[in-house]
Design a protein around this ligand. Sequence first.
Ligand code: GDP
Length: 365
Amino acid sequence: MKLGIVGLPNVGKSTLFNAITQAGAESANYPFCTIDPNVGVVSVPDRRLDILKDLYDSKKIVQTAIEFVDIAGLVKGASKGEGLGNKFLSNIREVDAIVHVVRCFEDSNVVHVDGSINSLRDIETINLELIFSDMEILDRRIVKTTKALKADKKLQSELDILNQVKATLEDGRSIRTMELSDDEWTYVNTLDLLSSKPVIYVSNVSEEDLANDGADNSMVAAVREFAKTESSDVVVICAQIEAEISELETDEEKKEFLETLGLEQSGLDKLIQASYHLLGLISFLTAGPQEVRAWTIKKGSKAPQAGGKIHSDIERGFIKAETIAFDDLVEHGTMSAAKEKGLVRLEGKEYVVKDGDVILFKFNV
Ligand code: GDP
């Protein structure tokens, strides 16, 4: 799962991305992750793992991780090939979701590409580039489908959707704002367009605005209002503070530093959690004396596929998943106490795994 960081120049993208790579997860635990200077891997914080570690007296915790890609250089005119336009647009095509950084801080030492700070205009500038790029691809697709329609009348429904998408784009709206049925979304997603991707808007604010989550900042308010129109999330961070946090060595130091700022959570952790939910991801947990670990799956995954995340043998030879909800396990203290209460279930192939399930897989090798 990959998220692409985009935004105009000088809004704080690299500062945020550097904080991400500094805070970076130990890559040895995540062999699936890409090794690329523009990709940062972060672990997903999960307090349940600390509790499980104590319950099982485990040696270590392994969090699950997601990747962030730094997509610098998106500027006005990118869809017309300005700057390295097309390259950036194709980088965006490869990510599952977009993290759109918006400048909401004043600082006369940091120039703005458009001469003044205006969060809504900045959002529209970037969004329009993606919309222009989508329009070009869509126009070609409409020509092709119209031709093919002569031989295959069944394509009429596809053409109808394509025309609806075109009208949305011509209206200056992103595809993600459309109201479509599940089947229509399935089709639209095959088009691989940019403005259909889910977005999180990151308001980059000054340190002063951080403590009350940007409540006194009119630029943040404008971002929030816009995000509401497309049901997107907003996360308020201060990229410079994130950079400072990422320099701290231990979790205790981080906690203390956050406390002095009056914060419970770092902006990066907020962003990671928002991203995780945006992508429809959930975690199931495994626990034993060696390690407690969180694993990422798509909401709706069944037990064998979940097991396949750990090892393909588990999916292939799946027999049962011995499952307990995290809260039930914590309430009763041990697996055997929970078993006595009948809270440990033996789930089969069709079981849809839930967030926080603690699972022990039984399988044939
Ligand atoms: P990018 O072009 O979007 O990658 O922006 P950078 O991360 O390079 O940031 C541009 C400038 O803004 C740098 O000088 C940063 O130090 C500064 N900057 C980034 N975040 C903040 C912030 O939260 N507050 C202030 N005052 N400056 C920031």
